[in-house]
Write a protein that binds this ligand. Sequence first.
Ligand code: NAP
Ligand code: HSE
Length: 429
Amino acid sequence: MSNPLRIAVAGLGTVGAGTISILQRHRDMIAQRAGRDVTIVAASARDLTKKRDIDLSGIDIVNDAVSLATRSDVDVVVEVIGGHEGAAKTLVESALRAGKHVVTANKALIAHHGVMLAKLSEIHGVTLAFEAAVAGGIPVIAALRSGLAANRIEKISGILNGTCNYILSRMYHEQLEQGVVMADAAKLGYLEADPSLDIDGIDAAHKIAILASLAFGTQVDVAGVKATGIRSITLRDVRYADAFGYRIKLLGVAEFHDGTLIQSVHPALVAKALPLASVDSSFNAVQIEGDSVGRVMFEGRGAGAGPTGSAVVADIIALARGDRYPAFTVPTASLIASSAGDVHAQRACFYLRLSLKDEPGVLAEFTRVFAEEDISVRAITQRDIAEDASAQVVVLTHVTTSGQIARAHQKIAGLAVCVAPPVLMQMEG
Ligand code: NAP
Ligand code: HSE
């Protein structure tokens, strides 16, 4: 066997602990698969006094994460700190400049600085790997890089945030409001350090931007993702969707046609008959449409110590074996600068829940807006009266454009009879 591959792990939180625990538990199996031992030499955390549920004996634990980048006894730096600026960015840049391979689970860092870091890795002849950054334990990046490499891909979509899927699933199965479930997601280690990244769709935006780059060979364009999260979704919406035969899911979607890239993250009503509708709890699912293979769907746990550690360790094993590849599957110089497509031109059916004053003439006011925007209504129903005495009206539209419904949404929100912001969601299937 060759020399051991020497690892430093920056971050001893959920993912750092998961990674170390797998490397320790499967030490012999990993050595066999990698063709050499993988040794954890050093690790870092902010608080050296914190009690950790992992065995750190024999590992040099330091407080200064960035110092791991230049250690002569380290071949690979694993960055599992988080955040797209600060210590994580400084560490990864320093490690690449020092000629160390880097493995990271940090989608925010890769979405914002991935191309710059990939260029650095090319200059210094090392590998930047980030399988764990997208869809937790699902090896979707490896699939795009190798298993599906023969395909021209035009669309990639799926459930990319474990926290939101966990919350929406428990709201549905246990009839709970969003806020009640949030604390459990935190306990399970699913949440980002700033939970608004999960709830407001930003984490899923990071992931779809990374996937789009890998799938289409385009520059990562996180600013081009139109992101809406699940903050406005209530138990009432979950129940109404159920009554119409749908589940609510937070979807990330990217499409690339003729040099134009359209990327979005949005909560959607997914028909119960579609496979995505039954992807529950912290599971993620990614659907890829290739011109030769057709549609492929991957499903697995998208968050937590075990699934994310599994993806981090997979990257480490590949490095130990000597696999080397460009971070975005093609050299950074070949990545295309795409133009952002018009999200408003996209066509779909929509769900709109309105909280209206319970008085005569109210329905006429908002149906006038639909007529002005040339939107045809497929179904309309007054469901019940809310705690604030508003009438809850749900409208399902026929196919219309996102632009038309967005204008209608804005106009209705401005009506005096509308007592709370309307909830708008696209429908799938
Ligand atoms: P976490 O539990 O909050 O752990 C972060 C670790 O980094 C902690 O050990 C912390 O030290 C250390 N740290 C935080 N800020 C630091 C700083 N400024 N300088 C040095 N060290 C610092 O986070 P996590 O859930 O493991 O997530 C880590 C990364 O993996 C993030 O990029 C996240 O987006 C990504 N990720 C997470 C999951 C998941 O399910 N959790 C899944 C996929 C990807 P202390 O322990 O002393 O506080
Ligand atoms: N907060 C992220 C999620 C962690 O819930 O999906 C996994 O990337």
